[in-house]
Design a protein around this ligand. Sequence first.
Ligand SMILES: [Ca+2]
Ligand SMILES: [Ca+2]
Ligand SMILES: [Ca+2]
Length: 238
Amino acid sequence: MYPRTWVILAASVSTLLLLGVAHASVVSRFDSNADGWDVVVLVAEPESNPNYGAFPTPLSVNYSSLNGNPDGHIWKYDPGPHAFYFDAPSKFLGNQLATYGGSLSFDLRDVPDDPNKAYTTAPDVVLVGAGLTIVLDDVIQPGTSWSSYAVSFVAGSSWHKGTLSGASPTASEFQSVLADLDALRILGDQRSDYDTGYLDNVVLSNASEVPEPSTLLLWSGLGAIGLIVASRRKRRAA
Ligand SMILES: [Ca+2]
Ligand SMILES: [Ca+2]
Ligand SMILES: [Ca+2]
């Protein structure tokens, strides 16, 4: 094999590994459209017994090509008195078991009609799958500017089964939800009374997404081996 071929081979292997990692994420940055997202209003009657795992008829979401974080984003003006959620398209659903131990990140902003109205206590993220609904504590309170959030997909005290007063899911329950995910919802309705919720940069990442130092070393090692072989062959040829 000629020296140049070795260099190209090493570079290609590194690039393929990097591309493989990049493809592990599911992403919506809303560059050109709403990317299949819609909105669901999770009817909470009575308020004390909300059904966050319900599948009501979805509502359309608004798309803007400007003023996101950056550029395109989606938004919805509060359609009523009950919490509305941005509802992920099918590419975020199905078998997402590899995301256990990974994260969901997204950018939110919220513009209330009346800035004196309180934040709601509705869960910020809802996952539905395998006959289970798990909800994330109300820990997110975006203001009128874009804020970025990252939520860990790991069983723990932040997550609850059914409602915020439910028990925390076990690791195997969380994994069963992710292995057969029917819905992924992000709260868009942050305030009591009327408000407008905005969403951009949704990224669902696998646990293996962030390369460990040893893996990075292996990649640079592969590249280095290719270069060494190439230079040796070049010297021999000279
Ligand atoms: Ca965007
Ligand atoms: Ca919140
Ligand atoms: Ca509201």
